[in-house]
Design a protein around this ligand. Structure first.
Ligand SMILES: Nc1ncnc2c1ncn2[C@@H]1O[C@H](COP(=O)(O)OP(=O)(O)OP(=O)(O)O)[C@@H](O)[C@H]1O
Length: 689
């Protein structure tokens, strides 16, 4: 491999390869500008037939213009592939030839010939996967290095040359070691082969990725959505895609990755957001109640409670039309009801079908009597008062929130439907001490909202999306997995998580179990073990906890060359913690001060006293404010160049049990990219010893 770099971006002779590459960059920029201008010049007045069409079209055009923006700090292309033989044009967005520039988006010249090929096109794949062992028909792979938007270096690998030894790329290494300021960035230039396999896995299958801290799960999930949107644009435009993250600060942290990849239409939400449509969450549960409410057995309790509303008829249905009485005996109505119960359709759908079925029975009798009724007669009979009254008695309308309200308020009703499913203690744990008077006045907890969502789905099918990415999945309860699963029941999912980072009482124990709750038992489980975030010394220290929190998992192997800074420092008070922050702020990049939630107010005060400005998690750092004060409960998924971890013991003690506490600590210890200082006034947890 050979690397060429120059620190001064200007003059280079025309035969200099770097100069030629810069010329191609300049030409591609100009072409992109033209593409954008073309869209901006579109006049939609002639084509849009009405106001609504015009608005839709205008939005599409605005999105297209936004997607075509030339972001000055994101290079138009980051790689080049020279093939030994020209691949088919269908592989390369219509381009033919042997040489392709690979970038974030497709750029073509005035004749429509591609100048930059999308990283997701089939022709780009060898950029990520080709190796000396399997060159994939590639003669040359060139990576480009940029400094402040200027192309300043390139690095060549002659994959088909047996004389060239495989080496780690310096540009790749530099990218991985780059300081982290601001929100998460895309990794499109440096996706690794094992990550690429997940990114490009087919749309129809569900993939579950187990990976330790910093192995790139979130990055891979986001790039996978971008890839799927490219490969199945039309299908997913119709059905939609969704990224689910654990909380708002996390979503804010990742929200710019997809737009940077040109994808503006992906919805991002927490599980709470998804189920919030049925009930406003204003309350909370203790751990015991939440665990019972989150257990999959609750789905059966709800089903039983809902169907207990169906009463088999004891009276005939008598429909009067004109001078005639049409009588459907009780046993025949019962047959219809039983048949609907057995068909396994939603409660609501069956309820809608019932009057039509009864009407059909009436019509059969009319025909037997020599009448010739048509469809309109059937509809009229279905709306007949007697039929309506019968339906109301047999198959009444049920409101999902009212159903859950009754289950949690009425001990006899709960006992009847939880018999054989929940123990008496479990029933007691979820019953409200003081039942609310109405759905509106109830202080619904997050777990209640999931129950209502389940009930709502039993009544009416929840619409399914084409693909759902579920990040930090290890914290979901079985009932939450079900809530996510019904949102991709006809689509597929990418499930990302780390069993060692599960910090809820109901945290996932095995991915197979989780996939079953999700309704995707055939999902494939993949493991990522190469760590891109945490330096070796830090991950080795954090991994001391693994035998206590997830003994079955492989420790992460850091691929960072920079050994990083690592120190465990005894301190005597908060002022020393602030001093540690000040010290690290002298270095480049972001700094997170992570502390047990209970310690946050005291540390906030200490920072303010010392005149050190800080941010809340998920807020974007600026050159002036690079310090974030992070409660341990919100640290998951985030990362900072440097971390000061305050009082590990307090982080452990902040959780209801020791295993959860140690897992929380494991999360907090693994947020640092370049260095970690652990400060402690009290003793350290013995597991770190
Ligand atoms: N192939 C790669 N090239 C460069 N950087 C990468 C690569 N893969 C991951 N990273 C970087 O490593 C860091 C960690 O990635 P990410 O947050 O996706 O990991 P994670 O597995 O989700 O971690 P956690 O378990 O802590 O949530 C990010 O800064 C990400 O950009």
């Amino acid at each position: 491999m050979s690397t060429v770099s120059t620190s001064t971006p200007t003059p280079a002779p025309a035969d200099d390869p770097l100069a030629r590459e810069r010329a191609h960059l300049a030409a591609s920029r100009a072409a992109l500008r033209e593409m954008r201008e073309e869209v901006e010049a579109l006049d939609i007045r002639d084509v849009a037939a009405n106001w609504v069409n015009a608005q839709v079209l205008k939005r599409q055009i605005d999105e297209r213009i936004e997607a075509l923006a030339d972001l000055s700090d994101t290079p138009l292309f980051f790689g080049r592939l020279d093939y030994l033989h020209a691949p088919g044009a269908e592989q390369a967005e219509g381009a033919d030839g042997e040489k392709f520039y690979i970038g974030r988006r497709h750029v073509h010249d005035a004749d429509g010939d591609p100048m930059v090929v999308d990283w997701r096109a089939p022709v780009s794949q060898p950029f990520y996967r080709a190796s000396q062992q399997d060159p994939m028909d590639v003669a040359l792979r060139r990576r480009f290095g940029y400094t402040g938007g200027e192309l300043t270096a390139y690095e060549d690998e002659h994959l088909s040359d047996p004389a060239e030894a495989a080496k780690t790329s310096r540009l790749l290494q530099r990218e991985i070691e780059r300081p982290r300021v601001g929100p998460m960035r895309d990794i499109v230039a440096t996706i690794q082969p094992e990550q690429d396999e997940i990114v490009r896995a087919g749309l129809t299958g569900t993939v579950c990725v187990q990976g330790g801290p910093g192995t790139g799960k979130t990055a891979v999930g986001l790039h996978r959505v971008a890839y799927l949107l490219y490969a199945h644009r039309e299908r997913l435009a119709r059905s939609g895609t969704l990224v689910i993250g654990p909380n708002r600060s996390f979503l804010r942290y990742i929200e710019q990755v997809l737009p940077a990849l040109g994808e503006l239409t992906v919805r991002q939400a927490t599980v709470e957001d998804l189920v919030a449509q049925h009930a406003e969450v204003r309350g909370s549960d203790d751990a015991t109640a939440a665990a019972v409410k989150g257990d999959a057995r609750m789905a059966q309790v709800l089903r039983r409670a809902l169907y207990s509303h169906v009463t088999l008829p004891t009276e005939p249905v008598v429909v009067v039309r004109g001078s005639r009485h049409w009588r459907i005996p009780a046993y025949e109505v019962e047959e219809i009801v039983r048949e609907l119960l057995e068909r396994g359709i939603r409660y609501g759908a069956a309820r809608e079908a019932l009057p039509q079925r009864i009407a059909h029975a009436v019509l059969v009798r009319m025909e037997q009597a020599g009448e010739a009724p048509d469809d309109r007669v059937q509809d009229a009979v279905a709306r007949n008062t007697a039929v309506r009254a019968a339906v109301k008695a047999i198959w009444p309308q049920v409101d999902p929130a009212k159903l859950v309200l009754r289950l949690l308020s009425d001990p006899a009703f709960l006992a009847e439907h939880a018999a054989g499913l929940l123990t008496e203690d479990e029933q007691k744990a979820i019953l409200w001490a003081k039942p609310p008077r109405s759905v509106k006045s109830a202080k619904w907890s997050p777990a209640d909202a999931v129950l209502i969502d389940e009930a709502a789905d039993l009544i009416q099918r929840t619409p399914s999306l084409g693909h759902v990415v579920l990040d930090e999945a290890q914290d979901l309860s079985p009932m939450q997995y079900r809530a996510v699963g019904r949102r991709c029941s006809t689509g597929s999912a990418t499930v990302l998580g780390d069993l060692a980072q599960g910090t809820t009482p109901w945290a996932t124990r095995s991915w197979r179990e989780a996939l079953a709750h999700l309704g995707k038992p055939d999902g494939v489980v993949e493991e990522l073990t190469a760590g891109f975030r945490v330096p070796t010394d830090v991950i080795t220290y954090a991994s001391r906890l693994l035998p206590h929190i997830a003994p079955e998992l492989t420790p992460v192997r850091s691929i960072r060359e920079n050994p990083g800074l690592f120190e465990v420092r005894p301190v005597t008070g908060d002022a020393d913690v602030v001093a540690a922050c000040r010290e690290l702020l002298r270095r480049e990049g972001s700094l997170g001060l992570i502390a047990a939630d209970a310690r946050v107010p005291a540390l906030a005060e200490a920072l303010e006293r010392a005149g050190l400005a800080y941010l809340d998690p998920g807020r974007e750092t600026t050159p002036d404010v690079r310090l974030t004060l992070v409660p341990a409960s919100l640290a998951k998924g985030l990362e900072y160049d440097y971390v000061v971890l305050d009082e590990p013991r307090a982080v452990v003690d902040g959780e209801p049990d020791e295993r959860t506490g140690l897992r929380r600590l494991y999360v907090a210890l693994t947020r640092a990219v370049s260095g970690l200082v652990v400060t402690h006034a009290g003793p350290l947890p013995p597991q770190l010893g």
